[in-house]
Design a protein around this ligand. Structure first.
Ligand SMILES: O=c1ccn([C@@H]2O[C@H](COP(=O)(O)OP(=O)(O)O[C@H]3O[C@H](CO)[C@@H](O)[C@H](O)[C@H]3O)[C@@H](O)[C@H]2O)c(=O)[nH]1
Length: 447
């Protein structure tokens, strides 16, 4: 790999930058040079969160950035607007960047996030080979690859809005899609339509790419993989695997929670974290705080800056049993023996990380693919329970307490979670399916 130079382009969101960074490190550790392209906005966050972290480097991942097309003060959680801006601006900036670096260090290949499929055209134009990485489930890849069929069969209109409410199951025992909660359902109607149009556009490109890799595990989605045979799992891609490096966080990790976990009894702590984009009503956060108190168990809760519709002081939720932090070293937390369960929004990375550590889930999906991931966790893998809203749309403290007790008393679910952990370990071991797919990909990079 010494003479290779790989460029990696993630979608500008934490749940995409993290797995692509783990992928980048795995390639770099084999001796290749890697250039990792963030947006200017995220580049600054990553560098500032990295400052002060004392982690092994030793490999060559060069961090660079280009503008995303939004103004500095624009709201980047408005995914529809972000996508529109990227399509207008990023292609040209991306091409300029490649041409500039290519002069001195020619690229062997480009790995593009599947949701940045437009980059394929740039790579083709410059005569550079391209591979696609999908950071979510194979099931969601399948859903997005079938947008035209969903439209033809009358589930959605040409702007992606649901026409009829229907449960769709793409394989006999696969996860359930609700036509009213498809992966492009974000924000207001404008944003949703913009995101849908963007997804339609990038999926056309992504599907044309020959190498299609994803952060999944064959056994978790075997039926769905048979529907999209070109898509190959190389997961779980984890921080610390090979590298000991925790990736590219947007917020500084608060590692003090690891010492706190050391002081808690084995399998006693409820870990609560909702990824990088979930936003709650203040009243729902307060209800969750009451629910945690009611369980009478220790808890570690990530209340991210911007986690709530109102500015609040997370310390108001603190309780003598619990610890509140603004960003966790999540993978280290999930592998800690004190963790009993994971209250999660069911982002795909959180799902894969929970599975890889044998942790059972309480599911609280917020948007996009998270409803399908919840269906995997609860209906297909059977390693978790869903939290149900009441008639006012609230998950009450009583519901929370009851589900925690049900989950932690359910030996079958806990055993099943440990079985899936074994699949994850077997896959990344030499000779495992994910490991073999990764090695074959590396041979292609080297060819
Ligand atoms: O305190 C925290 C919370 C999260 N994380 C990490 O942040 C990532 C979060 O990713 P994910 O769980 O997938 O959630 P989102 O940030 O919400 O990810 C977006 O991207 C995912 C991949 O496409 C989708 O599945 C999600 O629905 C979408 O919201 C994971 O690697 C976590 O380990 C931390 O390190 N510390």
């Amino acid at each position: 790999m010494e003479n290779s130079h790989v460029l990696v382009l993630p979608f500008p969101a934490q749940g995409h930058v993290n797995p692509l960074m783990h992928f980048a490190w795995r390639i770099a550790n084999l001796g290749s040079k890697v250039t990792f392209v963030n947006t200017d906005f995220n580049h600054k966050r990553v560098l500032s969160a990295m400052a002060g972290r004392n982690e092994p480097t030793g490999s060559d991942v060069n961090l660079v950035s280009i503008p995303d097309g939004m103004d500095p003060e624009d709201d980047r959680t408005d995914i529809g607007k972000l996508c529109e801006a990227m399509l207008i601006t990023m292609r040209k900036k991306f091409q300029d960047l490649i041409e500039d670096i290519n002069k001195n260090h020619p690229f062997t290949c480009i790995i593009v996030d599947g949701t940045m499929g437009w980059a394929r055209e740039v790579a083709d134009k410059l005569g550079i080979r391209v591979a696609m990485f999908w950071p979510a489930s194979a099931a969601i890849f399948c859903q997005l690859a079938n947008i035209s069929n969903l439209n033809r069969d009358g589930y959605i209109d040409s702007d992606g809005f649901a026409i009829k409410k229907h449960k769709i199951q793409i394989s006999p025992s696969g996860p359930i899609f609700d036509s009213d909660n498809l992966a492009w359902k974000v924000g207001n109607a404008y944003s949703q339509k913009a995101f849908f149009k963007y997804i339609e556009r990038v999926m056309e490109d992504s599907q044309l790419i020959e190498w299609q890799l994803c952060n999944s595990i064959h056994e978790l989605e075997a039926e769905v993989f048979s529907l999209v045979p070109k898509l190959l799992p190389i997961g779980p891609l984890l921080a610390g695997y090979d590298t000991g490096n925790s990736g590219a966080q947007f917020w500084p990790e608060d590692s003090s929670c690891l010492k706190w976990l050391d002081r808690q009894p084995s399998q006693s702590v409820i870990y609560v974290a909702f990824g990088s984009l979930t936003i709650f009503d203040q009243s729902q956060l307060q209800e969750l705080a009451l629910g945690l108190k009611l369980t009478n168990k220790p808890f570690l809760w990530v209340v991210r800056p911007g986690n709530s519709t109102q500015e609040s002081n997370p310390n108001e939720f603190e309780d003598s049993h619990g610890k509140i932090i603004s960003w966790a070293p999540q993978q280290k937390v999930l592998s800690h023996p004190a963790i009993a369960c994971f209250v999660s929004h069911c982002g795909w990375n959180s799902a894969i990380e929970g599975v890889s550590n044998g942790v059972p889930f309480l599911c609280w999906p917020y948007f996009t693919d998270q409803f399908v991931n919840k269906s995997y966790i609860c209906d297909v893998w059977k390693i978790g329970l869903g939290l149900d809203k009441d008639e006012k749309g609230i998950i009450t403290k009583e519901e929370f307490k009851q589900k925690v007790e049900l989950l932690l008393g359910d030996k079958i679910t806990i055993k099943k979670a440990l079985e899936l952990k074994q699949f994850a370990e077997d896959n990344i071991r030499e000779g495992g399916q994910s490991s073999t797919n990764f090695s074959n990909f590396i041979k292609w990079v080297e060819a």
